[in-house]
Design a protein around this ligand. Structure first.
Ligand SMILES: Cc1cc2nc3c(=O)[nH]c(=O)nc-3n(C[C@H](O)[C@H](O)[C@H](O)COP(=O)(O)O)c2cc1C
Length: 336
């Protein structure tokens, strides 16, 4: 019998899908979601996801092996669809019989969903519009994550509350849908579950947990920040469409604007083509996030964080964060 019977009942489909105690995913966070945080989340009854990011297949192989030594519970792997070695990374997941693969960063390329399903894993996808979500689910994806613009990291333009109203009524009956972006308390989880979500995904709330290897200065920046400090990057040149990134304001966010101006100039001068220009911008982020998370350079690095950062005030063990979220959700449902 669950300690949180109402919440667990509403999460049942998500729980069955993930094979966990609670349908709470910790969304993959590049550099942060490695063996330690992933195993801590899964050991606490949630669902940890390794952020493959720009890792090579060899590195991913090592990370999965290491994670398996720290937990016997289910965990997933998040792969970025534009990774040049995507199919080799899928092969690494197959070798390890990873149960769930999350395809992030764009529309899954042809054959990728099938390649994952071929070795028996479940595929989770993101979709920017309802029409695309339906198409992906009908053509083999097993579950959907809808992620609103309150989230940390790369974001779309629409708020979680609006996406939930648009997607859940038409999809939740037939499909497993997880809601992400801006969740800081269990009350919010209860609401999305009542709207039909099978579970939720949080990133910002877990980034500074005790089990996270993020640098102490990265964590301090989170504890000090308010919701309004987590701002979306601006696009300086409409010819150079960049996916906005939500991060804490610092010198790094200003440098990103300057970087775009510089790349736009190279584009004007014909010194780079569009593909190369966009790649240069993405590389800027990957390097900047590493500087902040690993080196603790909170001035020049990228402090990717969602608007729920204002609710993150201290370092807590993952198990306590999950227990608090479940208690808050349960209390909200009891009050109804
Ligand atoms: C520091 C940081 C890094 C992230 N990196 C990734 C990533 O590599 N891949 C990905 O799919 N999502 C990434 N995300 C998004 C999270 O997986 C998650 O969906 C998001 O944090 C949920 O919203 P929240 O921050 O409001 O809880 C990142 C988020 C943060 C805060």
């Amino acid at each position: 019998m669950s300690l949180y019977p109402r919440t667990s009942a509403l999460m049942q489909r998500g729980i069955d899908f993930l094979g966990t105690e609670h349908a709470i995913l910790c969304g993959a966070m590049s550099w942060v979601s490695e063996r330690n945080l992933v195993s801590a989340i899964s050991n606490a009854g949630g669902f940890g996801v390794i952020a493959c990011g720009a890792m090579t297949p060899e590195l991913l192989d090592k990370e999965i092996t290491a994670t398996k030594t720290l937990t016997s519970k289910p965990f997933g792997v998040n792969l970025i669809t534009m990774h040049p070695a995507l199919f080799d990374l899928i092969a690494v997941c197959a070798k390890h019989k990873v149960g769930h693969v999350v395809l992030a960063g764009g529309i899954p390329p042809k054959g990728s969903v099938e390649a994952i399903k071929d070795f028996g894993a479940k595929v989770l996808v993101f979709a920017p519009t309802l029409a695309l979500a339906k198409k992906l689910l009908r053509s083999g994806a097993d579950a959907l994550v809808i992620e609103g613009s309150e989230a940390g990291g790369h974001i779309g333009p629409v708020a979680t509350s609006v996406l939930a109203q648009e997607f859940l009524p038409s999809l939740a009956e037939d499909y497993v849908v997880f809601v992400a972006g801006g969740i800081g308390r269990g009350d919010m989880i209860a609401s999305y579950l009542e709207m039909g979500a099978s579970g939720v995904q949080l990133g910002t709330a877990f980034a500074c947990a005790t089990g996270s290897i993020a640098h102490p200065d990265f964590k301090k920046a989170f504890f000090r920040a308010n919701a309004r400090d987590a701002v979306a990057s601006v696009e300086v040149d409409p010819r150079l469409p960049v996916i906005p990134v939500r991060a804490l304001k610092n010198k790094g966010t200003e440098e990103f604007t300057a970087k775009q101006v510089e790349v736009a100039k190279l584009l004007d001068e014909g010194k780079v083509d569009m593909g190369a220009a966009q790649l240069e911008i993405e590389h800027f982020w990957a390097g900047a996030l590493r500087r902040a998370v690993i080196d603790g350079d909170v001035e020049n690095g990228s402090l990717m964080a969602g608007q729920s950062v204002g609710m993150v005030t201290k370092e807590e063990p993952v198990a306590e964060i999950i227990a608090r979220l479940m208690q808050e959700s349960e209390a909200a449902l009891v009050r109804r």
